[in-house]
Design a protein around this ligand. Structure first.
Ligand SMILES: Nc1ncnc2c1ncn2[C@@H]1O[C@H](COP(=O)(O)OP(=O)(O)OP(=O)(O)O)[C@@H](O)[C@H]1O
Ligand SMILES: [Mg+2]
Length: 261
């Protein structure tokens, strides 16, 4: 059935994706068919991202954006295809293995902090899976040194945090495991504008200063594409357009369909 997204064209080839991430490739998805139960949501999906690069997924509700993050982290049924990190296959690893063995972290949000536990206790929860608790403490300490918003509230219950500080805690909790890849689903959701900028500044710093690879889904396509090096427009479980964030911002079809222009 024809729909408003048909104008976007058909899936870009691997060559095109690889051109957007030409060197130091970190994570790849090839020919992925994945979904929930027996239902296939992603169809022959490909993705390439370089180390320290940021990729933003945009697209209409239900397109399968979150399902891509879920598939990388190990929350979906994978029917076919391959996910590799630094050339090693990680397709079938469990989420716990992704986090502790290969350094892929999925940032939980939407009130995933425990309100009656202190900020410090919440942060250390991020390291519960680490064999070496000392390292988790060290990393937590480094995070407190870096973010005074958290340090100042260290021994207070997490329920006193503002919305933006809470999101910072959610991101920081994932950092305790020292991941190289951060999967971030809608970091700006439910936040006031002033906190949205703060969250993107934090992500920007993690990418630039700590060389994290960031794959993000963002409903606010303008913010997401302004932030990210590259973007994929997902429609019905397939990529319709891939390009540099800046180029997608200037693309008239993207503008009309996703930027309210
Ligand atoms: N846990 C689940 N079990 C079964 N089906 C699911 C599950 N999660 C998502 N789906 C289905 O998969 C499809 C893609 O959903 P997904 O959450 O990936 O979309 P999305 O692009 O992230 O949308 P949104 O912008 O609304 O967050 C939808 O049809 C949805 O109903
Ligand atoms: Mg989603």
């Amino acid at each position: 059935m024809a729909n408003q997204y048909d104008v976007l064209g058909k899936a870009p080839g691997l060559e095109e994706l690889n051109k957007l991430s030409p060197s130091d490739v970190h994570l790849t998805i090839r020919g992925l068919n994945a979904g929930y139960g027996k239902m296939e949501i992603l169809h022959n999906f490909d993705l390439t991202v370089s180390k320290g690069q940021s990729l933003c997924l945009i697209g209409p509700n239900g397109a399968g954006k979150s399902t891509i993050l879920h598939s990388i982290y190990g929350f979906t049924n994978i029917f076919d295809g391959k996910i590799e990190l630094d050339g090693n296959e990680i397709t079938k690893l469990t989420p716990a293995e992704k986090l502790s063995k290969v350094g892929v972290a999925y940032i939980l949000q939407d009130n995933s902090v425990f309100p009656d536990m202190t900020v410090e206790e919440n942060l250390l929860m991020g390291g519960y899976i680490k064999d070496k608790q000392d390292e988790a403490y060290e990393e937590a300490e480094r995070i407190f040194q870096k973010y005074d918003r958290l340090r100042n509230r260290r021994n207070q219950p997490a329920k006193v945090l503002s919305g933006g500080e809470r999101r910072l805690l959610e991101i920081s909790r994932a950092l305790v495991m020292k991941p190289s890849v951060l999967l971030v689903d809608e970091p700006s959701i439910g936040l006031e504008p002033k906190y949205i900028s703060m969250v993107f500044e934090i992500l920007d710093d993690l990418q630039k200063a700590e060389k994290k690879t960031i794959i993000l889904v963002e409903q606010n396509a303008k913010k997401g594409l302004e932030f990210a090096d590259i973007g994929y427009v997902l429609v019905s479980g397939q990529t319709a357009i891939a390009g540099k964030g800046n180029d997608l911002l200037k693309n008239p079809d993207v503008g009309r369909l996703f930027l309210g222009g």
